[in-house]
Design a protein around this ligand. Structure first.
Ligand code: GRG
Length: 225
């Protein structure tokens, strides 16, 4: 996907090393593959979607760097390697994530070919919304503030999953397909349930529902998807 060439090693070296460390650390590349597949599915050229695919992958990566920071989940490992802040320090990791976020939008704006400026502006606007206080950031802040609370329900857990995970996946597809297909069902409508449950610290579906019910829910959501 040529992410290697998207962020080159240049001055200031430390920040670009840190950006590249996480960007090129592997990962399943689900977001970018979805983006390209969606484009091809509706008859578009792969090359049209490539900058958007790199951008969503870059945003996904920067969100993981933030998520791993000591002030968030304080994780030592990501993608089988030491987390960005473990290697480069917290200050560099924070700035590398910020720079990756900025790069994602710059890259869409400068590298996308064959889109009208109207669609380009709409694409960038949609993506920005998915990242901000109604998107990834919303999911993370709710996750943080519900942590440790008892009496947290499935609806709140779904809110976190939708905002932390589904929203960027949805954006990866909708950024490309939105104009072409009449997609009316929002991810919020998918698998809406109202159960309640208890959690100790981090919420998960198995903690709320038990393994068996979680499996059933996963199968239901999968077939709806
Ligand atoms: C976006 C400004 C801004 C800040 C970030 C920390 C945060 C706010 C949001 C949390 C986002 C987060 C960590 C969501 C989890 C997403 C997720 C499903 C991670 C695991 O994805 P995989 O397994 O990862 O596809 P790989 O490594 O394969 O890419």
């Amino acid at each position: 996907m040529a992410l290697e060439n998207a962020v080159l090693l240049k001055e200031p070296l430390i920040i670009h090393e840190s950006m590249r460390y996480s960007l090129l650390a592997g990962g399943k590349r689900v977001q970018s593959m979805l983006c390209i597949a969606a484009c091809v599915l509706v008859g578009g050229d792969e090359s049209t979607a490539m900058p958007a695919a790199r951008a969503v992958e870059t945003i996904h990566t920067m969100s993981l760097i933030h998520d791993d920071l000591p002030c968030m989940d304080n994780d030592d490992l990501r993608r089988g390697k030491p987390t960005n802040h473990k290697v480069f320090g917290e200050n560099v990791a924070l700035l590398a994530a910020d720079a990756l976020l900025s790069f994602a939008f710059e890259h869409i704006a400068t590298a996308t070919k064959g889109l009208s400026s109207d669609r380009m502006v709409r694409t960038i606007g949609e993506l920005a919304k998915c990242v901000g206080s109604e998107g990834l950031v919303a999911g993370q802040i709710v996750d943080i503030f519900l942590e440790g609370l008892s009496d947290v329900g499935l609806e709140q857990l779904e809110y976190i999953h939708i905002h932390k995970t589904a929203i960027l996946l949805e954006a990866s597809v909708f950024l490309v397909v939105d104009d072409i297909l009449d997609v009316t069902k929002s991810s919020q409508e998918l698998g809406k349930t109202t159960g309640k449950g208890l959690v100790a610290d981090k919420m998960t579906n198995p903690k709320l529902l038990g393994i068996e019910k979680s499996r059933e829910l996963a199968e239901k959501l999968n077939s709806e998807a």
